[in-house]
Design a protein around this ligand. Structure first.
Ligand SMILES: [Fe+2]
Length: 408
């Protein structure tokens, strides 16, 4: 990342920084990896340690189901899930392992007033599929909208306030590791290189520190070790008058990802947007197709032998996947090949480009499924590559209309 400074900070770190009334601001080092990772220095009106009540709130269990069933491809259809709860209580976890947990949410309301959230053991990414609103954090407010990846460092205190009447559909992900731009796109100084599909300019940190000094009863829900603990405070937790450093939440919009294309089909790593611990996060965005005169734009069949490949379909017409709707996930796990559906290879030839939008999470260790994931599962999906009677009809229709999208 890069250095950002907002609001009022003293000329030198760890020196006196006083409010207009002469009182000292309370400095907080907010950093990862025990003082050698990225960090920021925050200046609070009151120390962030003054809790008057700590209480157990709830468990957030993750239970793997279906592990006694056949190992196969899955199609997980989340389009029909009802809107419920808020950005946290409405979360539906679908897939997980020791490196990453992810799922969807369709929050129906803002988080309760004076309630905040903090993931105490992992970075989070919220991909905004639909909806607009305010992502507010201790670092300052950020407006969000469709296509935004909101990247939230571990330990950040935040709130999520959807706009009134704005229907929300979110993909969320949490990981005990760090979410970062891919290492291969950065130089020793952290600067994104010329061959990177995006630049620092595309990364949006909070614009301003906006200190709040309200008194009241404020609750930060801290998630750690599979449970949520409520920390109560008398002062608003967003009381930071200034901060600077390298660790802060930001927004990157998927439409600012500059696709890397080629003369022949480019492999999924060109779509990588972020790296995590033992997983990658990729963006499939509108782009021109391959320009070799004999190119086949549709992906080749592939055996991702030791990774699980999950794609979330955001927009476009995903005709390389029969029957895949927007808001569905395809899960192509390790050990078995997958590829374009019947008819789509031929239909892709000669096509100029795609308008597809999709987000992919590839994990290097096996994913487990939650009960909710299996409830949304389409059991017919593993057979969707079979050229049956319907498939043949569909394929000829496809060939006529031409596919718009061929996600890997
Ligand atoms: Fe694939």
């Amino acid at each position: 990342m890069f250095y950002v400074r907002r609001g009022s900070v003293p000329p030198q770190r760890h020196t006196q920084h006083r409010a207009p009334d002469g009182s000292l601001y309370a400095e907080e080092l907010f950093g990862v990896e025990g003082f050698v990772g990225r960090s920021s220095l925050l200046y609070h009106v009151v120390p962030p340690t003054r809790t008057h009540k700590v209480e157990f709130l709830r468990e957030v269990p993750l239970i793997a189901v279906g592990e006694d069933q056949a190992h196969r491809h899955h199609l997980t259809k989340t389009g029909g899930i009802p809107a419920r709860g808020d950005a946290i209580s409405g979360r539906v976890p679908l897939f997980f392992n020791a490196d990453v947990v992810f799922g969807v949410a369709r929050p129906a309301e803002a988080m309760p007033p004076d309630t905040f959230y903090r993931n105490g053991e992992g970075d989070e990414v919220i991909f905004v599929h639909q909806g607009e609103g305010l992502f507010d954090s201790i670092f300052g407010p950020l407006r969000y909208g469709p296509g935004d990846y909101i990247v939230i460092p571990i330990g950040t205190t935040w709130r999520f306030d959807p706009d009134e009447g704005s229907a929300q559909r979110l993909l969320w992900l949490e990981t005990p590791g760090e979410i970062e731009p891919p290492k291969r796109y950065r130089n020793d100084y952290g600067q994104l290189l010329e061959h990177a599909p995006y630049y620092q300019r595309d990364i949006r940190p909070p614009d301003e520190a906006k200190p709040r000094t309200d008194d009241g009863e404020f609750v930060i829900q801290v998630k750690t070790r599979g449970r949520v603990t409520a920390y109560h405070y008398r002062r608003h937790p967003f009381d930071v008058v200034g901060w600077d450093g390298y660790l802060w939440p930001f927004i990157f919009n998927i439409r600012d990802f500059q696709p890397i294309t080629g003369r022949v089909h480019q492999p999924p790593p060109v779509h990588q947007t972020f790296q995590g611990r033992n997983f990658v996060l990729c963006s499939f965005v509108p782009r021109k197709f391959d320009y070799h005169p004999l190119a086949i734009p549709a992906p080749y069949n592939h055996s991702n032998i030791n990774s699980d490949e999950v794609i979330y379909y955001v927009a476009g017409n995903f005709m390389s996947r029969r029957g895949v709707e927007i808001s569905s996930f395809t899960v192509h796990p390790a050990g078995i090949p997958h590829g374009p559906h019947p008819g789509t290879v031929e239909a892709s030839i000669g096509k100029e480009g795609t308008e597809e939008l999709a987000v992919m999470v590839d994990t290097f260790h096996p994913l487990h499924f939650t009960r909710e994931a299996l409830e949304l599962d389409d059991p017919a999906y593993p057979y969707s590559w079979l050229p049956g009677e319907d498939a043949a009809k569909e394929a000829s229709e496809l060939a006529e209309r031409g596919p718009e999208a061929f996600p890997d």
